[in-house]
Design a protein around this ligand. Sequence first.
Ligand SMILES: [Zn+2]
Length: 153
Amino acid sequence: MRRCERCGTSTWHLCSGIRYEKSERAADWYMKRMYWNCMNCGQSSEESKEVPEPTERVMLVKRLLKVGEDYDVKGVKIESDANTVTVKVEFPEYDPARLRRLAYKLSEENFMNVSELMELYKAGFRSQEELEKLLLRPMRYRRKENIGRAVFD
Ligand SMILES: [Zn+2]
């Protein structure tokens, strides 16, 4: 919630853009400008604040967190202390690519032998709905919520 000048009260806003500017090349901070629009009346407003320059560590952690979005993993856990960053990637017990092939097979040929069916079943894909989710996986279906949060001290 932000205060809207036109509405005269706090309203929900949508962020329409973010820009980082560096006023002096030697400065160790950036000016972060955020552009907001009131969801009630559309009035635009701007918010600026100084943010510290991202460190190598921050940039690395951001990149590592993306691993969880780009690969079919169960979870990514990142711990960061003193001078180390530790990444722990957990894979699902099943092979996602293989299961996806089985799901395709089932949806296209409508036939599957018992052991293949059991394989899907054991991995937790037990209904038509679950199988459809599996087929959507390459489109990053619900991967976001599997990503562990970075732990900072
Ligand atoms: Zn407004």
